[in-house]
Design a protein around this ligand. Structure first.
Ligand code: FRU
Length: 498
């Protein structure tokens, strides 16, 4: 059976050794994308948190760097963000060097143990060498705890509309907003979250930014808000809200004022995309909103069958805001940089599916590093299935029931599952959001993950798996015949950084 290095992704970022969770402090500068992450370098389970660091020229091939932030007497270094302080508002800049400022949560483990409700506070550190080495500010914390058990994961953005630094911060059931001119002094503006959205868990890792609606001039503000547990399929999940922001207060669209637990606004409906946030300092002439998430779930992340390291990040994604009817949808698709890794393509005009039809096998391409795209036209009220399988009879099955307009994922036969009761006992599901009568799918495959982007990223599902042998077949199936058009598959070629 496969284990450890057999399970290490071909291209998704993993730390060489030991434990990783949330992405942190992502920024772009001078041709390099930076990714920091919650990291425990001494064990393959969660522990005293550091910020690990990785860099990339294209958000696809990552190179791990030295640890950026170590825990200290004030506590562990929990999740947070980083900004490029071009105008040196913080005063940390020296000799014309632009400071990069990280804003993170100090988590005091002793206070947490004693159930003190002030054990998390916000602190800053700065770098004058483009994110390599960091100096913690001597005036920390910059935002002490006012008496809230959960008070963490500051995401700071330069709000160019209202000319302020803006921090979104999570507390148990709410997002809090703060403002600053210098990143050192913070003043509370408002809060959001009571009475709307999923609340069956603790709100964590927010992100808040303006986005232009596709195909128009309109600008809306998007609040991304992870929660754990209480995700769409239980455990960890990331919902979002869309609305207006007057520089002080976020007002959601009317239809979002009173959303229940099982609403339809999730960045990803799958079980394995958590705590994702966006990159800071993307140049204006690029203008994309670029996102990455942690490809696991707190339900079982510490038990998955890898030992040397634990967890990967998702593929980097581009978020867009689209208007569909009266609703605003945040869509995601893999960043276009992934395309340059495509090898020769396998193109089949169409396949007529009758019963079970093998579409691709390992003679065509390596299914552990592949992009598969297809369309099903003229949807009928029936269930469409596709599946990955291997020589030992394991399978990963995805179904789309067009009568219910629902996707579902069954990974109960996908290989190693018994490390956690929560991993595969139930199918995960997702609503189909699009009304179109043809369904498009883009699947990104790696050794232990599939990322599924349906209808141009209106419904997204990310799921991990641990088959005992690599997948060697991709097939379609259904009770009634149907036709798949424009099936295109690419092997993705990567050179592993050494
Ligand atoms: C989310 C989270 C954050 C916290 C970090 C600790 O996964 O719980 O709220 O800052 O992980 O590692």
């Amino acid at each position: 059976p496969q284990k450890d290095e057999d399970f290490r992704p071909n291209f998704h970022f993993t730390p060489k050794k030991n434990w990783m969770n949330d992405p942190n402090g992502m920024f772009y500068l001078n041709g390099t994308y930076h990714l920091y992450f919650q990291y425990y370098p001494e064990d393959n389970v969660w522990g005293p948190m550091h910020w690990g660091h990785a860099t990339s020229k294209d958000m696809i091939t990552w190179e791990e760097q030295d640890i950026a932030l170590y825990p200290d007497d004030n506590g562990y270094i929990f999740s947070g963000s980083a900004v490029v302080d071009r105008n040196n508002t913080s005063g940390f800049g020296k000799d014309g060097k632009v400071p990069v400022v990280a804003i993170y949560t100090y988590h005091d483990p002793v206070g947490a143990e004693n159930k003190e409700n002030d054990h998390q506070s916000q602190a800053i550190a700065y770098s004058l060498d483009e994110g390599k080495t960091w100096t913690k500010y001597e005036g920390n914390p910059v935002l002490p705890n006012p008496g809230m058990t959960d008070f963490r994961d500051p995401k700071v953005t330069w709000d160019d509309i209202h000319k302020q630094w803006l921090m979104a911060l999570a507390t148990t059931k709410k997002t809090l907003f703060y403002t600053s001119q210098n990143l050192k002094e913070w003043k509370k503006l408002s809060e959001f979250g009571e009475g709307t959205g999923a609340h069956d868990g603790v709100w964590e890792c927010p992100d808040f930014f303006p986005m232009q609606v596709e195909g128009g001039e309109e600008t809306k503000w998007v609040l991304i808000q992870s929660l754990n547990p209480g995700g769409y399929n239980g455990g960890s999940g990331t919902q979002y809200f869309v609305g207006d922001f007057d520089g002080k207060k976020f007002t959601p669209e009317t239809y979002m004022e009173k959303l229940g637990e099982k609403h339809e606004y999730w960045i990803d409906f799958g079980r394995d995309n958590y705590a994702g946030v966006t990159w800071a300092n993307i140049p204006q002439d690029d203008g994309r909103k670029l996102f990455i998430g942690w490809m696991s779930n707190w339900l079982y992340a510490q038990e998955v069958p890898t030992q040397t390291w634990r967890s990967a990040m998702t593929v980097a994604r581009e978020l867009k805001l689209v208007k569909e009817g009266d609703r605003y949808l945040v869509t995601s698709e893999p960043v276009e940089e992934l395309k340059k890794y495509r090898d020769e393509d396998h193109y089949m005009e169409e396949i007529n599916v009758s019963g079970n039809s093998i579409a691709l096998d390992s003679e065509d391409l390596d299914l552990a590093r592949a992009e598969i795209r297809f369309t099903i036209d003229d949807l009928q009220e029936m269930t469409y299935n596709f599946r990955l399988s291997n020589v030992v009879g394991e399978e990963f099955i995805v179904s789309y029931d067009h009568a219910q307009k629902q996707f579902s994922v069954n990974r109960s036969l996908s290989g190693q599952t018994d490390f956690s009761q929560d991993f595969a006992a139930e199918n995960s599901t997702a609503p189909r959001i699009s009304d179109s009568d043809s369904l498009t799918a883009v699947l990104i495959l790696d050794k232990t993950s599939i990322e599924m982007f349906f209808d141009d990223g209106k419904t997204v599902m990310t799921e991990i798996f641990f088959p005992n042998q690599p997948w060697n077949e991709f097939s379609f199936a259904s009770l009634e015949d149907f036709r798949v058009s424009e099936l295109k598959a690419y092997e993705l070629k990567f050179e592993r950084p050494t």
